[in-house]
Design a protein around this ligand. Structure first.
Ligand code: ZN
Length: 278
């Protein structure tokens, strides 16, 4: 090969290489721009789905803490401290969710009680349909103990017929709430039921709340709101809770001193979304 021909080839190869490097650089820049656009689009979609400060719950539902931060939460079905002995299906967090109108009414109850040095302790609020089904399966299972700390004299297999475990629950509409009362200035003790839920509070443990004569979710005739033979103070605490709740539109279920339904609005459909924190 002659020298000029060789030079020409080197020059051409150099130019081709430079062109190739240029094209690669352009391609890389274009890919970067596309990735940036994709990232911007993704963040825009996220911000459309969950705008800052907006609710991630279905329309008409709210976390009670966002309406009334003072209300204490001790959501039993999110943990093992309940009659089933394990978290129920559908609870990923121990937070109280209610229909907005019920939450606002509960906030008003809390305001009225705070003046007396008291605070509401909520044990259950909105309950997913699958949690209701989970309870029902447990109550109707053919194997397993028939009596336990939360139903010492009531057979597990009669809990449905006796009205303690429901096939369908108003809790699933977000218009029912289970709750008790505690003193605002009292430090809340760890919740532990010791043995029989109908035993005197000194024996069974106070669960960090005032004495209502039985533990929460104690499936027994002594949990009937106006049961006879209760300690005077426990009966007075029940009356005080019912009065404060009734003043804001909540009706008590006579077989359970802790269960209230809010009647100030139409009943929406039962829901099955998961109980999650924020
Ligand atoms: Zn209830």
């Amino acid at each position: 090969m002659s020298r000029p021909a060789r030079e020409t080839r080197w020059r051409r190869e150099g130019r081709d290489k430079a062109d190739s490097t240029f094209r690669e650089r352009r391609l890389t820049q274009r890919r970067s721009r596309i990735r940036l656009q994709e990232a911007l689009l993704a963040s825009a979609l996220v911000s459309v789905a969950v705008p800052s400060g907006a609710s991630d719950l279905p329309d008409g539902f709210v976390r009670v803490k966002e309406v009334s931060p003072a209300i204490r939460e001790d959501i039993r079905y999110a943990g093992a401290d309940n009659f089933v002995g394990r978290p129920l299906s559908g609870y990923e967090a121990g937070v109280c969710i209610l229909r907005t109108e019920a939450a606002r009414a509960l906030a008003r109850v809390q305001e009225s009680l705070a003046a007396k040095g008291l605070v509401l302790v909520v044990y259950d609020c909105y309950r997913p349909k699958r949690a209701v089904a989970d309870m029902l399966r447990w109550a109707q299972a053919s194997s397993g103990p028939r009596f336990g700390p939360f139903h010492p004299t009531t057979d597990r297999r009669s809990l449905v017929s006796q009205g303690y475990v429901a096939v369908r629950s108003l809790h699933s509409t977000g218009l029912a709430v289970d709750l008790g009362l505690a003193r605002l200035d009292a430090l809340r003790a760890p919740v532990r039921l010791r043995g029989d839920c109908t035993a005197p509070v000194e024996i069974r443990g106070d669960e960090g709340a005032l004495d209502f004569g039985t533990a929460f979710d104690c499936f027994d005739r002594r949990s009937s709101t106006y049961a006879r033979g209760l300690p005077t103070e426990a009966a007075a605490n029940r009356r005080q809770l019912i009065k404060a709740m009734a003043e804001q539109g909540f009706a008590n279920y006579p077989r359970e001193w802790w269960h209230f339904s809010y009647g100030g609005s139409g009943r929406g459909p039962a829901q099955d979304f998961t109980v999650v924190g924020r």
